[in-house]
Design a protein around this ligand. Structure first.
Ligand code: ADP
Length: 542
């Protein structure tokens, strides 16, 4: 017997309908690529997204068409997403930090038909336009006055393009399982793989993420997603913020410490989110200038492990709560958040920081387990680590085009490729990517633990640990560091600092100082590249 409640398909554009109806005056503030700060509202975005849908339809785009975007976080970028979804199309975020050839490869794989692009990325478009045969239309997210004079590629400006429409448009209606969005993982191994979100998965993910023990988002919040919309959907914020009517502050192209600080301060941002590298820049800026963060209440940090020293700085020096989060493009992306359950409610000082080094626990809608290589579930004891697997309505069940089949099993579990342990209260801690873990004498050493420890040293800016082949132990850890400006600690200093804080056999065999540590397009340390750089490195006893 079926229930007698209404069928109300979970479609993403209903989120924007809601925002316009209930929070129409709430502002969206964006630093534009043209320079000025632009202020708009949910009502405006709603009206203009409808025009974008109309214009797409007039140009012959519709159900299932992949509509790519190459843009910074901005109101226009949001309109492009909702406009694409409103005709039943699939917004497809492209990461401009990839090489043009990689972008072209991804667009061809996705068979993108149209592209919304920010002025900053026109050189990329010129490099790839004739390499993507499926691409029929390029819309530049600007107005006629800012259009380039003589580009070799045919393009229209967004404002004129939507300006021709009257906005009298009814979003298309379809099954909630219809695809609505797409994002390729950066493919640190092998080719990039496409994740294809559905309307239902995005709406459910947004509902999950606004919960009090997740992002705790409400209409009183002023949220600044520094994490780009092209990095795992800006962690869902373009859906979760309108769902509750939170004000959004988009940083646009400028993510240096001073620019981020300026918006945090002038817009009185209460909550923000990004990868640790962004916060390193902000914290150095604050240290240099002595400025404080009186309005900011909390910061969500994920994408890579949040070092303990960073949590300590935000909480102790600036009175800003850190929420350490873990997730993946394949998970829409939120998987776990480091908020404290009542059992940890009284923790403070080091005990609290210990817990915050963990990536937190899974909200409703994310199931999680850790298995050994034989697929047997491991205990939740906070130390036995193995393969982290997840399932839920916001988790991918396959990649677009069928790549990576081995990561999905018959019971619906998705193998994240991360190695983790979970404690008795459900708090998960990532110890490594499975491909980065160091195997020493048959046992595993967590590179993330060592890195977090090393950056706790006052002279270290950033640290990465990789395995170096060793005749006796197979592999041993090498600690690679960038020092803070003007500091030159000795290797022994750093090792001494780490001594006693990890098992003796985990201690790095040596420390190498470098000027730069390579990062991926989503801000993670690029260990494949480091392993190449240090391929010939050997320890004194190796
Ligand atoms: P990409 O693979 O394209 O860089 P993702 O953001 O989807 O993009 O990467 C997900 C991976 O990032 C996770 O599987 C995990 O290895 C890592 N990651 C994300 N958040 C954290 C975190 N808080 N701590 C440690 N690793 C993290």
């Amino acid at each position: 017997m079926l229930g007698l409640m209404q069928e109300w398909p979970l479609l993403c554009h209903k989120i924007l309908d809601y925002a316009a109806a209930q929070h129409g005056d709430r502002e969206i503030v964006s630093r534009s690529v043209e320079g000025p700060i632009v202020r708009t509202t949910y009502s405006d975005i709603h009206a203009r997204a409808k025009k974008a849908s109309q214009a797409l339809e007039a140009d012959g785009f519709g159900l299932g068409d992949r509509i790519a975007t190459l843009g910074w976080n901005s109101a226009r970028h949001m309109e492009a997403w909702y406009g694409a979804m409103g005709v039943g199309g699939v917004y497809h975020t492209l990461n401009p930090r990839l090489f043009p050839e990689q972008i072209a490869w991804i667009m061809n794989h996705a068979e993108d038909k149209a592209l919304f692009v920010d002025l900053s990325f026109l050189p990329i478009v010129e490099a790839i336009a004739d390499k993507v045969p499926s691409l029929r239309k390029i819309i530049v997210l600007t107005d006629a006055d800012h259009m380039p004079e003589n580009s070799k590629v045919e393009m229209v400006d967004y404002e004129s393009w939507i300006g021709r429409q009257d906005g009298d448009y009814a979003w298309k209606q379809f099954d909630e399982n219809t695809a609505c969005g797409m994002c390729y993982t950066s493919g640190t191994t092998g080719d990039p793989k496409g994740v294809l979100y559905s309307h239902r998965s995005n709406v459910l993910h947004a509902l999950i993420s606004v919960q009090p023990d997740a992002l705790n988002l409400g209409s009183n919040e002023v949220i600044m997603p520094v994490v780009p919309m092209f990095h795992a959907n800006a962690w869902g914020i373009a859906h979760s913020a309108p769902m509750v009517g939170a004000k959004i502050v988009n940083p646009g192209p400028l993510m240096d410490g001073a620019s981020i600080y300026e918006l945090l301060d002038t817009e009185k941002v209460t909550m923000t989110a990004a990868v640790p590298t962004v916060w390193l820049m902000l914290l150095s800026y604050l240290e240099e200038t002595g400025k404080k963060l009186p309005h900011l209440n909390r910061v969500v940090i994920g994408g890579s492990a949040c070092p303990r020293a960073m949590t300590e700085a935000f909480q102790n020096d600036y009175d800003v709560q850190v929420i350490h989060a873990w997730g993946m493009t394949e998970m829409s992306p939120l998987g776990s958040l480091g908020v404290m359950k009542p059992v940890y409610g009284d923790l403070e000082g080091d005990a609290l920081l210990d817990m915050q080094e963990k990536q937190g626990y899974a909200p409703f809608g994310v199931e999680m387990l850790v298995t050994d290589d034989e697929n047997s579930e491991l205990p939740w004891d906070g130390k036995t680590f193995g393969k982290l697997k997840v399932r839920g309505p916001g988790v991918a069940r396959a990649y677009f085009g069928g790549a990576g089949e081995e990561q999905f099993d018959e019971e619906g579990w998705f193998d994240t490729g991360d190695v983790a342990h979970i404690n008795a209260n459900g708090y998960m801690q990532i110890t490594d990517r499975s491909k980065d873990v160091i195997k020493s004498g048959g046992e595993w050493i967590s590179t993330i633990d060592l890195e977090n420890l090393a950056v706790g040293h006052p002279d270290i800016q950033e640290a990465a640990v990789i395995g170096i082949v060793h005749p006796k132990w197979d592999e041993r850890p090498l600690l690679i560091c960038i020092t803070k400006e003007g500091k030159s600690p000795a290797a022994e200093d750093i090792l001494e600092f780490m001594q006693g804080k990890v098992a003796k056999w985990w201690m790095p065999n040596a420390v190498a100082f470098v000027e730069e540590i390579p990062h991926t397009a989503t801000g993670k340390i690029q260990k494949t590249e480091l392993r190449k750089q240090f391929a010939d490195y050997r320890f004194d006893d190796g």
